[in-house]
Design a protein around this ligand. Structure first.
Ligand SMILES: Nc1nc2c([nH]c(=O)n2[C@@H]2O[C@H](COP(=O)(O)OP(=O)(O)OP(=O)(O)O)[C@@H](O)[C@H]2O)c(=O)[nH]1
Length: 169
């Protein structure tokens, strides 16, 4: 859990979050096109949630996030999530329960993160891209966390009546 924090630029620090909670924002909301992303919040029987580290070679390599990825043409959020989690972490998910939707405006991309809670899955976890995995609870111990992950920790804090810092750093 002691990853060397990657370099973060001033532009990255200014990454802007908008809580949308709606799938109605047009696909060219604002001045830049939006990339749709399906993100899985796996919650186990002990109410822990799964974080994975971003693999080497991707933007924000080494940052901790909830696993997921970009929608391919014609896919629904649930279909993309099922495909991504199978490809990246080796499991087959049961139902994906739509939770929150946020926009993140990064220097490299403007993304709409469609977070879904997942309570059931089959198969063994296998980090197929060399990621690391951690079952976490609040406060999160893995550092650093991706900017787009922080709102999720705040939603968990609200749900769980958790007071205090949700993560380190
Ligand atoms: N998976 C995931 N992506 C997130 C989260 N928060 C967040 O801002 N993002 C952003 O959403 C985008 C997801 O892209 P990705 O690189 O994971 O997707 P992918 O696996 O399809 O990428 P690829 O095209 O490199 O194969 C990235 O810009 C990433 O920074 C999160 O919690 N999980």
């Amino acid at each position: 859990m002691s990853a060397q924090p990657p370099e973060i630029s001033d532009a990255d620090r200014r990454a802007h979050t908008e809580i949308v909670d709606s799938e109605d924002a047009p696909s060219h909301y604002g001045e830049r096109p939006i990339t749709e992303v399906a993100v899985g919040v796996l919650v186990d029987a002990q109410q822990r949630f799964l974080l994975t580290s971003r693999p080497a070679g991707k933007v924000y390599a080494g940052y901790w996030e909830f696993p997921g990825g970009k929608l391919e043409a014609g896919e629904t959020v649930e279909q993309a999530l099922r495909r991504e989690l199978h490809e990246e972490i080796g499991i087959t998910i049961g139902a994906a329960h739509a939770w929150h939707v946020i926009m993140m405006d990064y220097p490299h991309a403007r993304v709409r993160l469609n977070f879904c809670k997942v309570f059931e899955w089959t198969g063994e976890f296998e980090m197929r891209e060399g990621q690391r995995m951690a079952w976490e609870t609040l406060p999160v111990q893995s550092v650093p966390v991706l900017p787009g992950t922080i709102p999720v920790l705040e939603w968990f804090a609200q749900e769980r009546a958790f007071a205090g810092a949700t993560h380190s750093g």
